[in-house]
Design a protein around this ligand. Structure first.
Ligand code: VGL
Ligand code: ZN
Length: 247
């Protein structure tokens, strides 16, 4: 295609998924504060002004008995951040995996579960809650990681399909957990999937490069606010206006 010309035949219906931008993931008081996590609000608010076809925020939304809370396990293997636990599929004892234990966070009905006030929530089309089943961890906003069978899933997949979305842009907290697994589930379900770098932060910043490479290996691309992919969303505004004019 000629320089600068856009492919007008491939449909481009982008959605924005704002993952877990909640008090408990943000300094200064979050139980599981991601370093500089609150700083994602500014770029995300800029993205929220763009003509995405669908803008959904997700919330980690746990019952007090959630399996990911270190305090719900016996000592000595119950140290938040340091210990891990084997999670067994409650519907199939043969399916297991090991995951990290966390401080108590994002408990339903607590201030820590609220979206941060800096986020321009008036521009959202909806909020999807996840992690309500105490028996399973659910980093991805689509579903828990079990496949034989899956135990808990959200309405997110159906909402994206109903809107005819082709491209999923993922931002929020945290890059190495819920952003990562949400993006991996999006690409696995067939969407072109983009992570906007300025809009996310990692629990372990030192793992960023390794995690990014693994995600890229699965077909996810990392893009920038001033990059051409976000630019393509911005350009929809002009296109939409022009279309109205020529109709
Ligand atoms: C998350 C750890 C535990 C996240 C949620 O939103 O990345 N991380 N629960
Ligand atoms: Zn959680």
């Amino acid at each position: 295609m000629a320089n600068g010309a856009r492919d007008t035949h491939t449909p481009f219906v982008p959605a924005l998924i704002v993952v877990d931008v909640q008090e408990d993931f943000c300094p200064p008081n979050g139980a599981l504060a991601v370093p500089t996590g609150r700083a994602v609000a500014a770029p995300i608010n800029t993205l929220l002004t763009l003509p995405f076809a669908l803008k959904i925020a997700t919330k980690d939304f746990h019952p007090p008995s959630h399996i990911s809370f270190a305090s719900n396990h016996a000592a000595p293997d119950n140290v938040p951040f340091a210990s891990s636990v084997t999670i067994v599929n409650p519907l199939n004892a043969a399916e297991t995996y090991s995951t990290r234990l966390w401080p108590v966070h994002c408990v339903q009905g607590t201030p820590g579960a609220q979206l941060i006030p800096e986020l321009d929530t008036a521009r959202l089309d909806g909020v999807v809650e996840k992690g309500m089943d105490a028996r399973v961890e659910m980093y991805s906003a689509f579903a828990d990681p079990f496949r034989a069978p899956c135990v808990a899933s959200s309405s997110l997949e159906q909402r994206l399909r109903d809107r005819g979305v082709t491209d999923v842009f993922v931002v929020g907290l945290a890059m190495d957990y819920c952003v990562r697994y949400t993006a991996e589930d999006a690409v696995e379900r067939g969407w072109r999937t983009w992570v906007v770098e300025e809009g996310t932060r990692a629990v372990d910043a030192g793992n960023w490069d390794g995690v990014q490479r693994e995600m890229e290996g699965r077909g996810i691309s990392f893009v920038k606010m001033d990059g051409e992919e976000v630019g393509r969303v911005r350009a929809l505004e002009a296109e939409g206006a022009q279309k109205v004019k020529s109709d």
